[in-house]
Design a protein around this ligand. Structure first.
Ligand SMILES: [Zn+2]
Length: 232
């Protein structure tokens, strides 16, 4: 799921659509759900209470990544602390059978936050390296897409800085990451780099490309990974 961002497309409408998505997912019973950041539009307790009321209806495990609307465009000690005390770690790894999902905080990559950015980058490198020595199928998920159209495009509001983008892509490639899933663009992006899927999907709040509201269902089989749009 991308950008539930409660309050962006109209608060009540966003809640209705987010609820519809959760109901639909419960009928589908996937192994787990990931939400690629921007949980709410304005990071207030009351919005997060509403978000949690809905997400906690999920009958399957879920993983959250923080977005810029959750931490602020430039994360501060207090925004990081507030997020972590409500939702737990902002970057971590979770394993479901043979799938390992590495969740990253792209706000610490978009901006260079003293200590925290370096700390996370070192963690990502060592986590991906250790997973590369296992048989796990490794996915990474975060909020910002690495790039929108071209791998060497200039930095803008929607992508990550090119030097850190290159570092990540090299890490992904050398450690055999299968896909990087993100949100933030509010448009469907289906890029590829060295055989790695780079996908930002449809939201339940606002789609700038006029795509219908919904989310993506990913299937991971022995030799094949597919994803398809599920409308609300
Ligand atoms: Zn965003």
């Amino acid at each position: 799921m991308c950008d539930p961002q409660i309050g962006m497309g109209g608060y009540d409408d966003d809640m209705v659509r987010f609820n519809l998505a959760v109901d639909k997912i419960n009928r589908m019973q996937p192994d787990f759900v990931i939400v690629c950041g921007d949980l709410v539009h304005h990071a207030h307790d009351s919005a997060y209470d509403d978000f949690e009321e809905v997400i906690n209806k999920l009958e399957v495990p879920y993983l959250l990544a923080p977005g810029n609307h959750d931490l602020g465009n430039i994360p501060s000690d207090s925004s990081l602390q507030a997020y972590r005390s409500r939702f737990g770690d902002d970057y971590f790894v979770s394993h479901y059978g043979e799938v390992s999902m590495v969740v990253i905080n792209t706000q610490l990559i978009k901006e260079n936050v003293k200590l925290a950015s370096d700390l996370q980058m070192k963690w990502i490198a060592s986590m991906l390296d250790s997973l590369a020595h296992t048989k796990q199928k490794v996915f990474v998920m975060g909020h910002y897409p690495l790039f929108i159209k071209e791998v060497n495009e200039e930095e803008n509001y929607f992508n990550l800085p090119d030097n850190r983008r290159t570092t990540l892509l090299e890490l992904f490639e050398s450690s055999g990451v299968l896909a990087y899933l993100s949100g933030h663009k509010h448009e469907l992006l289906t890029n590829e780099y060295a055989g790695i899927f780079l996908v930002s999907g449809e939201t339940t709040s606002k789609n700038f490309d006029e795509r219908p509201f919904g989310f993506r269902k990913w299937s991971v089989q022995k030799c094949r990974i597919t994803h398809e749009f599920v409308p609300l």
